[in-house]
Design a binder for this molecule. Sequence first.
Ligand code: ZN
Length: 250
Amino acid sequence: MNPIDEAISLLRQRRRVLVFTGAGISTESGIPDFRGPDGVWTRVDPAEFTIDRYLANAETRSRSWQMRRDSGALLAEPNPGHHAITRLWKAGRVHGLVTQNIDGLHQRAGMPDDAVIELHGNANRTICVACATRSDTLDVLARLDEHDDPPCPECGGILKVDVVFFGEMLPEAATRRAFDLAASADAVVAVGSTLSVYPAAHVPLDVVRAGNPLVIINRGETEFDSLASVRIDAGAGEALGAIADALTAG
Ligand code: ZN
């Protein structure tokens, strides 16, 4: 049996499937991953992205806004992988969706906001570190022509995209929900993640340690390959599309 068919027959018998996604599901939308051969960290020093440096240095903030505008990531569209997860969710086949991604593409593919647990935040939202006013990141980027480091329109404070920087804690409520879901799941599908970033990778690991099967969909190796019941080395769109077709039919 090919691995996609194996995954289908395994997941068909499960009622509380947790889906865990990483950067690899969004590469088909043109968003580069971080750790791959063409990943962001081959061009940019992660040390630039610590919260301490960001808050202390207007130059760093300016470069950060510039990169965000140039990357075009906020204008990306969801791909068949995102849409397949939405189809599975609408058919009642997804117990919960936890993502490491900050691109908001699951919501853009039709997942309700409150059904997507974002462990690392969402770059579409910007927040003032002084007064907590929220704004749309695209509106902040639109002000870059007049201001290298746009201040908060309400209080003049420092603005920051609502994502977890190096040196920051994961958002507490999202983290708690993710681990609650993991504790009640009866299978986990990890998509487009090398499963090497902690604490996020503890979410699928908890499901596996409770004796439940793990399905991995990823191009290339992951840290949990030896734990997987089924390992699908393919793009998310192809693999999830076939799984959603089978599990939502009839
Ligand atoms: Zn403010």
